[in-house]
Design a protein around this ligand. Structure first.
Ligand SMILES: [Zn+2]
Length: 278
């Protein structure tokens, strides 16, 4: 699942595109069928949590990968690595580079002046420059995230961690693993846990994985060994041997949106993460 670390890495890979001219753009989403960035210059590409933004002259392309989304970079004229029918955005820039956004969960185009209105709801991003350092009179991103996560003591820590308005970049895999590392059950109310310590753990994990070839929480990079609890229902806990359990957070009713349904899934070790299972 793409989470904040994946989007930041993607953004890093796209940095060489700044300054290049968009020679052709093709939006394959109905709402943007007639939109065009052709002739603009890529001014900036940056991530905010799980969102990726491009500034092309004074227009902003805003995309979200959701569950399956990915951007692929090709030399113009070479075969795409994924089926063409999954392409949502195609951008060809000077220098013979073609970028194809496949299966994107969100594609928006809006004037630069609307950036804060469109993305201002997002919480601080642990991978952004203002996480620990900021202007003199402003709280750091970290302090603001701790304040936001702690604001509703009755909400479960699992729901708070996934709420992108509080902290941007944490997805389901990080939530599961951070709760394990903190020794708390994801259904525990925020007021019963050390929210600051959990925010710090999430930030450290995101940061550590930026330089890692594959995302890992155990320090082991081998496939099948990277997680303590995520996706490991019924398997033995790596610490205590108890059977990892799985369930849903926020009710068991069916959810039409597969991404929302997936986000309700939680995993935990009943011994390492004792707590109230609602
Ligand atoms: Zn355990």
């Amino acid at each position: 699942m793409p989470e904040g670390d994946s989007v930041r890495r993607l953004s890093d890979r796209l940095q060489p595109l700044t300054g290049r001219i968009v020679e052709h753009s093709d939006f394959r989403v109905p709402r943007l069928a007639t939109a065009s960035l052709t002739g603009t210059t890529v001014r900036r590409v940056w991530p905010h949590g799980k969102h990726l933004l491009w500034l092309c002259d004074d227009m902003v392309l805003h995309t979200h990968l959701r569950m399956e989304g990915t951007w692929r970079i090709h030399a113009v004229g070479t075969r795409w690595s994924l089926p063409a029918h999954t392409a949502r955005v195609v951008i060809r820039v000077s220098g013979g580079v073609e970028l194809v956004g496949h299966n994107l969960g969100l594609v928006e185009l809006f004037p630069q002046a609307e950036v804060s209105r469109r993305t201002g709801h997002l919480g601080p991003d642990p991978l952004a420059g203002d996480w620990l350092i900021t202007g003199r009179w402003l709280p750091t991103g970290r302090d603001e995230a701790v304040r936001r996560v702690g604001a509703d003591p009755h909400r479960s820590i699992g729901e708070a961690l996934l709420d992108q308005r509080l902290l941007a970049g944490v997805g389901n895999e990080y939530r599961a693993e951070v709760c394990f590392l903190a020794g708390v059950h994801p259904a525990e109310p925020v007021g019963a846990v050390d929210a600051a310590a959990i925010v710090d753990l999430a930030a450290r994990a995101l940061l550590a994985n930026l330089d890692s070839p594959v995302r890992t929480f155990t320090g082991d990079h081998r496939p099948g060994n990277t997680c303590f609890v995520f996706g490991r229902a019924g398997r033995p806990c790596r610490r205590c041997g108890a059977r990892i359990e799985t369930g849903r957070l926020g009710g068991a009713d069916s959810v039409a949106d597969p991404a929302a349904a997936q986000e309700r899934l939680i995993w935990w070790c009943p011994v390492c993460q004792p707590g109230d299972v609602r």
